[in-house]
Design a protein around this ligand. Structure first.
Ligand SMILES: C[S@@+](CC[C@H](N)C(=O)[O-])C[C@H]1O[C@@H](n2cnc3c(N)ncnc32)[C@H](O)[C@@H]1O
Length: 253
C-alpha cells in the first residue's frame, strides 16, 4: 500500500471532517479562542491577531466573530483555500509561506500557533528561526501563544475511532527512538463505511517538543515572562512532572 505524506493537508475537507466535525468540534475551538480572548483583555492588547500554521482558518473565523482583525499563515495552499472560504465574510488576510522565514510587513500585538503546527518543524535550527521570525513581527509588549504536543505523556496505544460522518480512523503514535522523545511518527489509516478496506494510509513525521526546552528557546530569542500552561487553563501551570500532552506556552515581547 502506498504510504502518503500529509494527505489530509492536501484535502482540507478531510482534515476538518476529522479534527473539526468530530474530534475537537466547534466547542473546543471556541473554548481555545475564548481563553485567548480573556488573556488579551487582561493584557489590554489591541484585537489584532496573526495565526501561524492557521490550517483551515477555524480559529480565525471565531476571532473575527469576536471583532478581531485576523491574519493567517500556512505553508499549504490547499489548507488556505478552505480557510479563505470559511472567512469569506470577514476581512481576514492569508499568506502562504513557511513560518521559519516568511516576511510580513505589519506588526501584531498577538501571535498564536495552534494545535501542533510547530511539531512539524524538523530541526532545532527551524525552531529557532520560527521563534525569531515570530518575535520580530510582534509589537512591543505583544504576546505569543504556542500550542504544541509533548510526547512524554502521549498515548501510544492503537486507537480506533469513528471520526466523521462515515469515517473511521486507526491511529498510532510510534516513538522512533524511545530515548529521544522528540522524534515520533504519527500513523493514520482512514476507513470509510461501505468501502473496501483501508481508503488511505498516511504517516506524519513530527517532532514532539519538550515545553521546558521550548521555554528556554523562547527566552533565548528575547521573550519575557514565559510560562507553560496545561491546555489553555491559565490557572494551571505545567512543570516537568506534569502529565499533560498538550502544552500551551505564553511569552511576551
Ligand atoms: C495540525 S494542523 C493545525 C491547523 C490549525 N492550526 C488547527 O488548529 O486546526 C498543522 C498545520 O501546520 C501547517 N504547517 C506545517 N508546517 C508549517 C510551516 N513550516 N510553516 C507554516 N505552516 C506549516 C500545516 O500545513 C497544517 O495546516
Amino acid at each position: 500500500m502506498m504510504v502518503e505524506k500529509f494527505r489530509m493537508y492536501k484535502e482540507p475537507e478531510l482534515y476538518d471532517d476529522i479534527y473539526f466535525n468530530v474530534a475537537r468540534g466547534l466547542n473546543k475551538y471556541s473554548k481555545e479562542v475564548n481563553a485567548i480572548d480573556d488573556l488579551v483583555n487582561q493584557c489590554g492588547l489591541d484585537k489584532r491577531v496573526i495565526d501561524f500554521c492557521c490550517g483551515t482558518g477555524t480559529h480565525l473565523k471565531l476571532f473575527s466573530d469576536l471583532g478581531y482583525q485576523c491574519t493567517g499563515v500556512d505553508i499549504n495552499n490547499e489548507m488556505l483555500r478552505l480557510a479563505k472560504i470559511k472567512n469569506k465574510n470577514n476581512l481576514s488576510i492569508f499568506y502562504q509561506g513557511n513560518i521559519c522565514d516568511i516576511k510580513i510587513k505589519n506588526k501584531f500585538p498577538i501571535a498564536i500557533s495552534m494545535y501542533g503546527g510547530f511539531n512539524y518543524l524538523e530541526t532545532e535550527k527551524d525552531v529557532k528561526n520560527a521563534l525569531t521570525n515570530i518575535y520580530s513581527i510582534l509589537e512591543d509588549d505583544g504576546i505569543f501563544i504556542l500550542d504544541t504536543r509533548w510526547a512524554k505523556n502521549q498515548p501510544i496505544d492503537v486507537m480506533l475511532e469513528k471520526r466523521g460522518r462515515d469515517l473511521y480512523i486507526v491511529r498510532q503514535w510510534v516513538l522512533k527512538e524511545p530515548d529521544n522523545l522528540r522524534d515520533a511518527v504519527y500513523k493514520i489509516a482512514f476507513i470509510k463505511e461501505g468501502a473496501d478496506g483501508v481508503l488511505m494510509y498516511e504517516e506524519h513525521h513530527q517532532n514532539f517538543l519538550d515545553p521546558i526546552y521550548l521555554r528556554t528557546k523562547m527566552i533565548d530569542v528575547g521573550f519575557k515572562n514565559v510560562k507553560i500552561y496545561d491546555n489553555f487553563d491559565w490557572e494551571k501551570e505545567v512543570n516537568k512532572n506534569s502529565s499533560t500532552w498538550r502544552t500551551v506556552i505564553m511569552g511576551r515581547k
